[in-house]
Design a protein around this ligand. Structure first.
Ligand SMILES: C[S@@+](CC[C@H](N)C(=O)[O-])C[C@H]1O[C@@H](n2cnc3c(N)ncnc32)[C@H](O)[C@@H]1O
Length: 257
């Protein structure tokens, strides 16, 4: 199984890949009732109605992509570097703007969709350091950044294995670390992010719901377990203030105390 590949979620109409067991929401799913117990032991029942699903789709499509993003998205899909969904991109842009992020690290450049969203949220002097093993993907990302009119000095595009590159980056020097690389390496990326972030900086990890598998206790494949365990570990980690946003395929955000 190639855990570096992920899939456009929600409304883009991608099909689940064999072997991942990645169900997409169906009408039956939306009517399914999930029984849960709160921390106090009280039973809570969450019901996903059709209208609730409509609201979710509305939110997913709330910030539309322009032609430049759509072009980058098409390149990413053609290259097999599945871009973040539009709602995830919009959330990354908000994070970059909220943090006034002048120093951002991204793991998984792809064809530059997430990079474009980030650059749009960062101040005009912000620098995006983005890492990918694929020079081909990065050529496409650079073309997207150039089409956007991003000055050359605002991007530092590094070709290499993230776990070889990240240790060379400075401690406490970054406002935001965005993780969208090899899912098996997410725990190691998160440890690197903890070191790279300044206090008050944030890491944002995409695919933390992993095509609805993470929330399904019956899903026990290696990637799902890795992401599920990592999410809980970050949630319980005193070094961070963490939330799991049900945006796109799940965006976990952890702010360094
Ligand atoms: C899901 S795509 C990234 C999409 C991109 N964030 C976007 O929104 O356009 C994952 C990318 O991670 C890269 N990748 C996979 N393993 C990696 C590793 N060990 N180190 C760095 N990049 C890696 C792949 O080449 C691929 O381009």
């Amino acid at each position: 199984m190639d855990s570096t590949r992920d899939h456009a979620t929600t409304t883009s109409g991608s099909t689940p890949e064999a072997g991942h067991g990645e169900p997409h929401a169906t009408a039956a799913d939306t009517a399914r009732r999930a029984d849960r117990r709160s921390a106090s032991g009280q039973r809570r029942v969450t019901t996903m109605t059709g209208q609730r699903l409509a609201s979710w789709v509305y939110a997913e499509e709330f910030v539309p992509e322009d032609d430049r993003l759509l072009d980058a998205r098409a390149s990413g899909e053609r290259l097999g570097a599945t871009p973040v969904g539009a709602s995830t991109g919009a959330a990354l842009r908000v994070l970059a703007a909220t943090l006034s992020a002048t120093s951002v690290v991204e793991i998984g450049t792809g064809a530059g969709v997430s990079g474009l969203w980030l650059l749009r949220g960062m101040p005009a002097d912000g620098v995006l350091t983005t890492i990918d093993t694929s020079a081909e993907h990065q050529r496409s990302a650079k073309a997207s950044f150039a089409a956007e009119g991003i000055p050359h000095q605002r991007t530092r595009v590094i070709t290499g294995q993230a776990l070889e590159v990240l240790p060379r980056l400075a401690d406490g020097a970054y406002d935001l670390v965005v993780v969208d690389g090899d899912k098996r390496e997410y725990p190691a990326y998160a440890e690197q992010a903890a070191r790279l972030l300044r206090r008050g900086g944030a890491m944002a990890l995409d695919n933390m719901l992993w095509h609805d598998a993470v929330a399904d206790p019956a899903a026990r494949d290696e990637t799902t377990r890795t992401l599920r365990d990592l999410g809980k570990a970050l949630r319980d980690d005193e070094r961070f203030v963490t939330t799991l946003l049900p945006v796109g395929d799940g965006l976990l955000v952890a702010v360094k105390r």
